[in-house]
Design a binder for this molecule. Structure first.
Ligand SMILES: Cc1cc2nc3c(=O)[nH]c(=O)nc-3n(C[C@H](O)[C@H](O)[C@H](O)COP(=O)(O)OP(=O)(O)OC[C@H]3O[C@@H](n4cnc5c(N)ncnc54)[C@H](O)[C@@H]3O)c2cc1C
Length: 439
């Protein structure tokens, strides 16, 4: 069968680029990943993937392994700052079986998930990745597209039919299309830490806990459950983790948690590191001193709400953080990015199989932008405003989402409805496939 195109270049071996490449390679579409770095990004970032991303991770064949290496997030709570008591929360067990699919949130630290996706891409599908290939320019004409790349061997130009920018927040691909990235940057920054501390045993915390405070707002999420630390789990972690985390996994008896807390904008890394013990002592249950926990990593981040003017210009497309950004409260960043990757894969597969023409790529841009504008942007902004609300004591009375959660406590039907609302992030592009293939 004659194919309408020959090759896709994906710029960036982050989670979105890896998932998209895996889905395309599974379908036999030639894809080359160009990655600026010589390795996957190991910084503490995403860990929790929402229900909307589960179907795309499942069809990529990695969902069972994500739950095995990480775990399933069943519970999410909002807690008072003063005594960390439970205000209200959500219980994901109501979506453990939706027409045979487990749609509960899943947790696995991003660098492990990236490694899993990359292994699948390389070993099962003979995928191609070029490390140390930094894209510095993008061009296109009617017949093809290309990227200019800096490599240790010098400058190169690499051609393909389509270029997809999955190169993250500072995307060179996006900048080559648009000088502007409309939206705003929050004046506060966040600090993401990985820490071993006995939240669950001594302090009764659930999987994910939002601590409400105008200044010291925080979230803590379990990253590794005790069940992962059996002999098999320890061996797995040892084999798969970078040395820093491996060391901690070996020496500790309690779960690894991600604690992310708010800081004033404008502080330097030194100032943030200096203030971290005070922050933990102030925010965390039991008011721990440095000897009471084991800090594994710390990284500050700016938070943005931004969306590109279009996710398609001719043969060049954008997905995930390259296309749109939101603050991480509520875990909507790469959840939305994975849904982009799944949707774009369906559009390119439709083209490849002669079931769609190029207008489906415009539809990709239109529908995915609308999902960001109508759902991800407002919901993620509300998530951040909720944890940093100036009057947390009265929040339950004022906040619609928290009131709905309170009302749904113990009512599985209402809880399920709330979780299924998160599936609205998805859009099925295969409904636009033609019934009569053109080839
Ligand atoms: C503290 C924190 C916690 C978060 N928690 C969550 C969460 O729990 N759930 C969630 O859904 N989201 C979360 N997010 C958001 C999530 O981490 C991001 O949305 C996600 O990492 C974006 O993935 P990406 O593939 O689009 O880009 P990236 O992960 O940024 O990957 C981009 C890749 O492109 C490469 N690259 C960049 N420029 C070039 C170039 N010019 N040429 C070639 N390669 C290039 C980079 O080296 C990198 O490998 C969190 C973010 C933060 C900061």
């Amino acid at each position: 069968m004659a194919r309408p195109f020959e090759k896709v270049i994906v710029v960036g071996a982050g989670p979105s680029g890896l998932l998209l490449s895996l889905l395309l390679a599974q379908h036999g579409i030639p894809v080359q990943i160009l990655e600026a770095s010589d390795q996957l990004d190991g910084r503490p970032r995403a860990a929790i993937y929402g229900p909307a991303a589960i179907p795309d991770l499942a069809r990529a064949g990695v969902m069972d392994e994500i739950r095995r290496r990480g775990f399933t997030v069943n519970t999410m709570s909002w807690r008072r700052f003063e005594d960390h008591s439970f205000i209200t929360g959500m219980d994901g067990r109501c979506v453990a079986d939706v027409d045979g699919q487990d749609l509960r949130m899943a947790c696995l630290v991003l660098d492990e998930l990236d490694r899993l996706l990359l292994d699948e891409f390389l070993t099962k599908h003979g995928g191609q990745i070029s490390w140390n290939h930094r894209v510095v320019g993008v061009g296109q004409d009617e017949k093809s597209a290309w990227v200019d790349v800096e490599t240790p061997e010098g400058k190169k130009t690499v051609h393909a039919d389509y270029i997809v920018g999955c190169d993250g927040a500072t995307s060179m691909v996006r900048k080559s299309l648009f000088p502007d990235f409309p939206g705003f940057t929050w004046d506060r920054q966040i600090v993401a830490t990985n820490v071993y501390y006995d939240f669950e045993g001594t302090h009764g915390f659930t999987n994910t806990n939002f601590i409400l405070h105008p200044e010291h707002f925080a979230v803590s999420s379990t990253l590794i459950q005790p069940s992962c630390r059996d002999a098999r789990g320890a061996a797995l972690l040892e084999a798969d983790k970078p040395s820093q985390e491996k060391m901690v996994a070996k020496i500790t008896r309690d779960g690894l948690y991600r604690v992310t807390y708010g800081e004033a904008g404008g502080l330097t890394l030194d100032q943030i590191e200096e203030r971290q013990p005070m922050k933990f002592e102030t925010i965390l249950p039991g008011h721990p001193k440095p000897g009471d926990y084991k800090l594994v990593s710390l990284a500050p981040y700016k938070m943005h709400q931004r969306c590109a003017l279009s996710f398609r210009v001719g043969r060049v497309l954008l997905a995930a953080d390259a296309a749109h950004l939101c603050n991480p409260w509520g875990g909507m960043g790469i959840t939305g990015g994975f849904v982009d990757a799944g949707g774009l894969a369906d559009c390119l597969i439709g083209l490849w199989d002669g079931l769609a023409d190029e207008s489906i790529l415009d539809l990709y841009s239109e529908k995915r932008r609308a999902k960001w504008q109508d759902l991800i942007d407002p919901a993620s902004q509300a998530n951040f405003r909720r944890v940093s609300d100036p009057d947390p004591d009265s929040l339950l009375e004022r906040d619609e989402v928290m009131r709905a959660c309170k009302a749904a406590e113990g009512d599985e039907g209402m809880q399920r409805q709330a979780f299924m609302g998160m599936m609205e992030l998805r859009y099925d592009f295969t409904q636009h496939y033609s019934k009569n293939p053109s080839q």
